[in-house]
Design a protein around this ligand. Structure first.
Ligand code: MN
Length: 338
């Protein structure tokens, strides 16, 4: 962190300020005295320092971070990849490709179990499905809620696939005790109270990127969960809001290598919500794998035309099978040749 002091800052103020910084934050302060101003260079862990507090001091001209504000999610302090292992031995982040697939919403036991069986045959290793649905319209289908969770568990029993499903509020955490991966949706990425509580849970968290979140904001949300003691965070790029209206969102493929260089956490990509159109899901899934994604999360429905949610972006089990064959083939090719 670099702090530029105003020319009128007295020697006593500089001394008091540097003493406060060294004692309170345990950092080393280097001082350069110029003709017009004094510059302080802080060395050490500056993540605890509130940059706005520093900026608010009337003798401070400007302040700039030169190091990322997140520590636990930062690859600098944890060079090796984090690998998340699920109860059935599935590993995310170990160099393999894992696919989470299933319906947007759980609609009935037959629907979710049938889809789970089909996607498993195609190579999916995790079943996705929404029980609590955050919908743009309050009049749209809100999910089967607790019953939906039970139906997901029934599908897990029938197939052995671990389940990932979205949580929307802190008071529901107990209900998610038997869920394998808890998803935090894009709209809740900055629900800090929820993130803090999930930091106390000993379970993997799939953290989707917010609709208009920067990569740093997304990593700071991961930091919230990790600061609470839960290191099992999986990041999910699901498209961001841009001026483009052709697709539901714009898939930020560059986020994959960027996040993987900044952080040690695994990254999965959701081409379904990113594009909103079923015919774009396969090419974007292929692109995501080529860009280094550790996994994909894809919406599959046995009858997309009658799906209660997100039918237009859902693949049929046959379309998913074709996609899975291609991405696994690409992953194998990359392993051997790239
Ligand atoms: Mn959906």
């Amino acid at each position: 962190m670099i702090i530029v002091l105003k020319p009128e800052c007295s020697k006593e103020q500089v001394l008091m300020f540097t003493d406060m910084l060294t004692s309170q934050y345990n950092v080393k302060v280097n001082k350069w005295e110029g003709v017009h101003s004094t510059v302080l260079g802080l060395i050490g862990d500056t993540t605890q320092i509130d940059i706005d507090y520093i900026d608010a001091q009337d003798f401070v001209e400007s302040v700039k971070r030169v190091q990322e504000p997140y520590k636990k999610a930062n690859r600098k302090f944890h060079p090796e990849n984090t690998v998340i292992e699920l109860s059935n031995g599935v590993k995310i982040g170990d160099g393999s490709l894992q696919i989470m697939a299933g319906p947007c919403s759980v609609e009935s036991e037959e629907q979710v179990t049938e889809i789970a069986k089909r996607v498993k045959l195609s190579g999916a290793s995790i079943l996705r499905g929404g029980a609590f649905k955050p919908r743009t319209s309050p009049y749209a289908f809100q999910g089967l809620k607790a019953e939906g969770l039970d139906l997901l568990k029934a599908a897990r029993k029938a197939t052995g696939l671990p389940i990932v499903t979205e949580i929307m509020r802190v008071s529901h955490i107990d209900m998610f005790e038997n869920v394998d991966i808890i998803q935090v949706g894009a709209r809740n990425m900055q629900n800090f109270e929820l993130l803090k509580e999930l930091g106390k849970v000993n379970k993997p968290i799939l953290l989707k990127r917010g609709l208009s979140a920067t990569i740093e904001e997304w990593l700071m949300s991961a930091e919230y969960i990790m600061a609470g003691g839960n290191d099992q965070v999986i990041l999910c790029e699901r498209g961001i809001r841009t001026y483009e209206t052709f697709t539901r969102n714009t898939l930020d493929l560059s986020a994959i290598p960027i996040v993987k260089s900044l952080s040690h956490l695994p990254v999965v990509v959701d081409p379904s919500h990113a594009t909103g159109k079923s015919w774009l899901v396969e090419p974007m899934a292929i692109a995501a794998v080529a860009a280094g994604a550790d996994g994909l999360i894809i919406e599959v429905h046995n009858d997309p035309a009658h799906a209660l949610c997100d039918g237009a972006q859902s693949l049929t089990p046959d379309q998913f099978d074709s996609l899975a064959k291609k991405v696994f083939k690409l992953k194998d090719y990359m392993k051997d040749n790239i």
